[in-house]
Structures are given as structure tokens and as C-alpha cells.
Design a protein around this ligand. Sequence first.
Ligand code: NAP
Length: 435
Amino acid sequence: MNLWTETNPLQVAIVGSGPSGFYAAEALLRRKCAIRVDMFDRLPTPFGLVRGGVAPDHPKIKQVCLVYDKIARSSGFAFFGNVEIGATLTVDELRAAYHVVIFACGASADRRLGIPGEDLPGSHTATEFVGWYNGHPDYRDRVFDFSCDTAVVIGQGNVAADVARILATRVDDLRKTDIAAHALETLAERRIRDIFVIGRRGPAQAKFTPVELAELGRIRHCAAVVEPSDLELNTESATEISHPRGEENKKNVGILHSFARTVPSPGDLRLRFRFLETPIRIDGKHRVQSLIVGKNSLTGPLFEQVAVTGPERRELPCGLVFRSVGYRGVALPGLRFDEGGGIIPNEKGRCLDGSRRLPGLYVTGWIKRGPTGLIGNNRADSVETVDSIFEDVPKIVPVAKPGAAGLRDALGARGARIVSYAEWQMIDARIRQPS
Ligand code: NAP
């Protein structure tokens, strides 16, 4: 029996307005149930990593915002920008005001390498650089010095591909994108001639999707190159790429072989792929001067091979290092956190405290499963969480909850300057107006 009515709707709060939050809202609003969905974000702007993470030269990926915009205009939905859960409001305050709270707050921190020199000037996380060129308020004031001739990108996932591509793309081409103006101005001064993209495992284990890797071979006035000897595979890796599960990896290896045949034209910037190298330390007196890597071999079962670092060391002189070794979730005060996995422990989206379920609390997206997968993968993830919610809904006592109205006093007392969806749209329209 559906006990929820227009005057006593199921009140749901979603924390985070990235893809997983919007797909959760979509799945909730599709249910035949009187429901109100309030979405909170610590930033005044919605859309999370689609806005602050997707590269400016990938406008098609950003078009998914049109889907989220439609969801945001649905009746029963409201956006509360500029409200940080864990700072402006506590988790307990949300629990008091809503029947259900879904954490969709992503993975906003970076994994660290834990090596000497990691924090030297000139060593940056990919997140800082990506946030900076996308005009993210947390990162827009970061300072990058592109006057060196060699940069190194550590990691071989799609974020590393974005970083390498933006570093390698000529300013004339970046100008056609919606890259932040301050980034364009600074990148115009770039002197970089060589960009190394290094992976701790082999070419068959690189985590780029083939589309993103192939794109690195099509940058104007840039030659993607790799030493043929770096593409020799051990027996296990050769088996992996001949297996249906290794189809994407096989495509990557094929693309890398095409890079091995590249003959750079004079004046081309070079994007150099290297494998089986683990960062050991970053050296430099006052700022980055070189990266020391250890040579690796692979060991372990098929599709689970790991890198083992041997005694051989190599020095890679460079002036800039970008660490692109994956994101990491951040703990929320008042909720259990799995430090090892960087996630909120859960069972199909139901938050857990040890083996105990925490009634009314759910997770979705990267804070649920870790920072993997493309934007679209979050839809199925959020549907699973919403299915769990509706399995549990019959157990919720349908006592009326105030939703956002119950938070007004606390928000007022803390001087919160809430930005609604309509207000954000007005700001966005103003920014987009040609000056
Ligand atoms: P990722 O795909 O997990 O790649 C991380 C890379 O860092 C891997 O090469 C990993 O190597 C390496 N790494 C991790 N720890 C390391 C260490 N201690 N030392 C050296 N290397 C280390 O992560 P991501 O690139 O941050 O991407 C996150 C997710 O967003 C992915 O699912 C990605 O596809 C997605 N994304 C998609 C797009 C797009 O579609 N255009 C753009 C950006 C991001 P191992 O494999 O050995 O662990």
C-alpha cells in the first residue's frame, strides 16, 4: 500500500549534484509515489565532474547536462547550491528533515603516491590541473609554470589522457573550446616540447579507453610515440589480449603499435608513452628537476598482474609532474568510512555501520563503488540504490518530515547563501552572453 500523499510525501535528500546524484533523482521521480527530491551541493553550480572534470575539448560528453537539466526542471525536484553537508549542515540534521538521504558526493580527493618530493613546486595532481583549466572555484587560483621543456604525466587512465591532451594541444585549438580564460592565457606561454606518460604496468594493462588513446595520436603538431621494445608483452599479457575480456586492452596495444611507427615531423611536440616504470622519488632543489623511476616486471594471475619494482633506476629530467593515479573518496563526519577503498561501506547502496544497516541512509556513484567507470555507468548504479530504497520504503513509518522547510532556521542562522536552480540558470546565462 502506498502511504505517501501529496501532503505527506516521501522526503528525499541527495547530497551531490554530479551524474550519480541526477540519475538517482531521475530514478526516484519515475516511481509512482508522492515524493519530493531536494539536491544539495557545496558549490553554487550543479553537475559535479561533468562541469569541473570533463575536458573542455569534449563538448559532446558535456551535453549530458541537457538530461540533468530536464530532471532539474521536474516537479517535485529542488536544488540547493552552496550548502555543504558536513559543514553548513550535519548528516543528523538531514536525517531529521528527510525520510531518505542519498550520498552522491563522488570522490573529490586524489590518491597519493607517497614518494619523496611529491609536494615539490612543479609537482601537481591531475585534479588541480583539470579543475584549473575548467575554472573550478577550488582550483582556479593555482599556479602552473609551463616554461620547462619536459613534463611527465604519471598514470595511464583517461584522466591522464585528458591532462596530456590539454598540455599538448596548441592554444589556437584550445581557444575554440570553453577552457577557462586564465588557463588559455597561461598555456599560451607554454614551452613544453616533450610529454612523458608513464605507467607502472605494461601496454596491455593501460587503463585508457581506446577512443581516448587513439585521440592522443590525432593532436595537431604533436607526435604520439613509443619505443617498439616497450611494447613487448610477457606471456600472460599476450594471453590477456587474446581473451574476449581483454578486447579493449588489445585495441590499446594495437593503437600503441601504430604510435611506434610514427615519424615525428620537425617541430612536432612529442607525447612519449613509457611502461613498467614506478615513480620512486621526485628530485629538485627548489622545484621539480627530475623524476626517478624504478623498472618493473609483472607478476600474478591473468588480468590481475601487478608491478614489481626491481633494482634498476632511471632518471627522467623534467620541470613538471602531473600525478594522475586516481581519485579518492572523502569521509563525511557522522558516517562510517572505508579508508582502504575510499568509499562509504554499503550493501547495494544501503549504508552500513559494520554489519548493521543505517536506516534511511544510502549511497550511489563513486562514493559507493570507488572512482571507476564512465558517466553513463552511474545510471545503473543509481537505479540499484533506488531499488534498494523502494524495497525498504514499506518499513519506513510514514510520519511527516519537513524536508527543506525544516532546515530553514539552521541555514539562516549559519548565514548560508543558498543558490536555487533558477538562480544558477540566470548566472549561467549571464556568463554565456557574449561580452
Ligand atoms: P584510472 O582509470 O583508475 O587510472 C589510474 C592510473 O593510475 C592507472 O594507470 C593506475 O595504474 C595508475 N596508478 C594508480 N596508483 C599508482 C601508483 N601508486 N603508482 C603509479 N601509477 C599508479 O583513474 P582515472 O584516470 O583517474 O579515471 C577515473 C575514472 O574516470 C575512469 O573510470 C575513467 O575512465 C573515467 N574518465 C573518463 C573520461 C572519458 O571518458 N573521457 C575522462 C576522464 C576520466 P594501475 O592500472 O597499475 O593501477
